[in-house]
Design a protein. Sequence first.
Length: 135
Amino acid sequence: MKQKSDHTETIILAKGQGRIYNCGTMTAIFKADENETKEKYSVSEWWLEPNSEGPGAHSHEKNDEVFFVLEGTISFFVGDKWVDADKGSFLRIPAQTTHDFKNKTDKKSGLLNFLTPGGFEKNMPSIVKWFEDNK
């Protein structure tokens, strides 16, 4: 259940609920973003199909990111090296740090992402379009 947002309302979402963006073999589910947080932060789940690539190496000029592995094992590229992170692993990636993630396993994997400040989600429609055009 999601209340009308005036940036002070409670958000309660069941499993799988939120704004869903299909990005090829990767699915993003935004739970709270600029609409609810006045761009202070965003919270999203990212689910990767078995043996699939992530978003590609990138960095955020002003955004710190926190990742928490919800399921499976996700390989993270941070700075200049790859690290395998199992369920329950936590990563904090400071702004301007090159990073990526992918699923190199035979099982679906998922992660929870906190981005601060928020606002990145404005890019999701164009990211979805890029994945549609580059399948």
